[in-house]
Design a protein around this ligand. Structure first.
Ligand SMILES: *[C@@H]1O[C@H](CO)[C@@H](O)[C@H](O)[C@H]1NC(C)=O
Ligand SMILES: *[C@@H]1O[C@H](CO)[C@@H](O)[C@H](O)[C@H]1NC(C)=O
Length: 298
């Protein structure tokens, strides 16, 4: 065996030794946090920083029951043994309103790290309740969508017409499928909505902000009365005009159709007005024949 090969072999052995030693005790996970929203409890951590091909993680918890009656034993989280992802859903494990200690460790090549424990105890009563309400208007209906989805959550929707007495006009519904439609609303009116969420097992409730939406007035039904009113007004005006015209027909006819120019004053003064005179019937001498009176219309 050549001396160079001997050195290389020794170096390789050293590297292997270091690798095995560091792998034998992986560093513990760190930055362990609990994110509990709407009664869903998600434990997260940052992966161990030691070099490891394939780190796995296991989670344990310890509630008041384990502390008092099981001599401080730790329970294994059902869904989180030898998992790959640096997170664990502990919703089904933390099933009572007690204070829990929670810890996680990394596993690498058959070696376990130290446990890293959550800084403070966790109680599910402190879950954060959070919902988002989206409101959409279609025609005369209002659609409300609630998110996120949570089986243990009860959402109550309250709707009232803006400007109306809150207590008399409000509609309250329990939302079953996280969406609800209020149909047949008054066109042109403004409605306000608010959602309130309650989570089973939690003592907390949360309310969304108030959202107000307007129901649009459709084009046609608005225009029809205007058109009808206009037509009616024109008809009434025409009828009035006709009535008036009938009453003053002669005047109108005289004034408009047969307008008479007055005689010049000269003619009126100089030209003597001849009064037609009746010609008395003359009695004939015979006295038998009577000549009828002649009309003096000449
Ligand atoms: C610690 O964890 C939180 C929640 O998972 C994460 O937002 C944050 O970035 C982490 N901090 C570091 C330094 O990795
Ligand atoms: C936990 O506490 C330690 C020491 O007080 C602190 O350095 C660390 O940032 C804390 N971790 C979290 C996730 O709050």
């Amino acid at each position: 065996m050549l001396p160079e090969n001997d050195v290389i072999s020794k170096l390789l052995l050293l590297v292997l030794h270091i690798t095995i030693n560091s792998a034998s005790r992986p560093s513990a996970p760190w930055n362990v946090t609990m994110e509990s929203v709407n009664m869903r409890h998600l434990l997260r951590w940052s992966p161990s920083r030691a070099y490891c091909y394939d780190p796995h993680y296991s989670v344990q918890f310890q509630g008041e029951w384990e502390l008092l009656f099981k001599n401080g034993a730790w329970e294994e989280a059902m869904e989180c043994q030898h998992t790959l992802r640096p997170e664990c859903d502990l919703t089904s494990d933390l099933a009572s309103d007690s204070d829990y200690n929670i810890r996680v460790r990394a596993e690498c090549n058959g070696h376990n790290s130290e446990w890293t424990t959550l800084n403070t105890t966790f109680n599910r009563r402190n879950t954060i309740i959070a919902i988002i309400m989206d409101v959409e208007v279609t025609g005369d209906a209002v659609h409300v969508f609630i998110s996120p989805r949570s089986l243990t959550m009860t959402v109550t929707l309250t709707m009232w017409e803006q400007g109306e007495d809150y207590d008399t006009t409000k509609k309250v519904v329990d939302v079953q499928h996280l969406s609800h439609t209020f149909p047949g609303l008054r066109q042109g009116a403004t409605y306000c909505l608010q959602a309130k969420a309650e989570v089973e097992g939690s003592h907390q409730t949360t309310s969304t902000g108030i959202q107000c939406v307007s129901i649009p007035s459709p084009q046609w039904p608005w225009q029809i009365p205007v058109v009808v009113t206009s037509v009616l007004a024109v008809t009434i005006a025409l009828a009035c005009l006709l009535g008036w015209a009938t009453k003053h027909r002669r005047l109108v006819v005289q004034n408009t159709c047969f307008h008479k120019e007055p005689l010049p004053s000269v003619l009126v003064d100089v030209w003597p007005v001849t009064i037609p005179m009746l010609v008395e019937p003359h009695e004939s001498l015979v006295g038998t024949i009577t000549i009828p009176a002649l009309s003096a219309k000449s």
